[in-house]
Design a protein around this ligand. Structure first.
Ligand code: ADP
Ligand code: MG
Length: 246
């Protein structure tokens, strides 16, 4: 692929878990400076796709190209500029917010700089996301679920990724939290990031997704752009049922 703006190129990706065919042929391209939604009902293969792009496991067949290569592990995906907020909110219990933000961080810049500089960046990222700082030395165990979700989002942003993947990241947030996250997404897009929003909550998307790729039973049934992205159209594609029209 020679388009320099294409940062994720997925071609006919397939993946089975035993007898479960999670992905049965998915293709799409996502560009820099784009909010690209991956939508589909529960079990349609969205998280499997997110994990393949994030290097968690390889595809059985098909190709995933990021700028610089095909992710062969989560660490490799991070060095290729991908940061993923996985659907399962995984934090290291018994450890502080600060330690959770930097554990296993292999982004090009995350580990750089003295602790004071790291603390400054942590304060900046939470202020950007939440409008307020979060005590970096508090234990993650003591945080409410929504704040735990914000920690995973902050962890992704601290690696300064080219591609940010958010897998159902509003699930633990209330309405105003979701609005805050989407405002941040719009700012990140304006700064040139490619943001992949993986969700079954389509009502949230129509305002700001530039393109939306729809999965049904592990197959991509098409990609909508701009004003084509309506709830009715998305529902129809997700379910294969035209009754949603009208
Ligand atoms: P979605 O995120 O769209 O809800 P998933 O990608 O999580 O869908 O799952 C797609 C299908 O693959 C489902 O049937 C799910 O049960 C199955 N699946 C996902 N991950 C695994 C796994 N690690 N082992 C076995 N089956 C899995
Ligand atoms: Mg999922």
């Amino acid at each position: 692929n020679d388009n320099v703006d294409d940062v994720i190129c997925v071609r006919d990706v397939r993946k089975a878990f035993g007898d479960t065919k999670a992905l049965q042929g998915c293709s799409f391209t996502a560009r820099r400076g784009e909010v690209h939604a991956i939508v589909g009902e529960n079990g349609s293969g969205k998280s499997t796709l997110a994990k393949i792009i994030s290097g968690v496991f390889p595809a059985d067949s098909g190709t995933v190209e990021l700028q610089g290569g095909t992710p062969s592990s989560p660490a490799h995906a991070r060095t290729l500029g991908v940061a993923t907020v996985f659907q399962e909110v995984l934090l290291a219990e018994g450890m502080t917010v600060f330690d959770n933000l930097f554990i296993g961080a292999e982004g090009p810049r995350t580990r750089k700089g003295p602790r004071a500089e790291q603390l400054r960046r942590v304060a900046a990222v939470f202020t950007e996301l939440l409008g307020e700082a979060l005590d970096p030395y508090g234990l993650v165990d003591d945080l409410p679920l929504s704040m735990r979700q914000w920690v995973t989002i902050a962890r992704a942003l601290l690696s300064e990724p080219r591609v940010l993947i958010l897998d159902e990241s509003t699930a633990a947030l209330d309405h105003s939290g979701a609005e805050r996250l989407y405002e941040a997404v719009v700012r990140l897009k304006a700064a040139g990031m490619c943001v992949l929003i993986v969700t079954h909550r389509i009502e949230e998307l129509t305002r700001f997704a530039d393109r939306a790729t729809v999965l049904r039973n592990g197959v991509d049934v098409g990609t909508l752009e701009g004003p084509q992205i309506t709830q009715n159209r998305l529902l129809e594609m997700m379910t294969g049922d035209t009754a949603h029209f009208g």
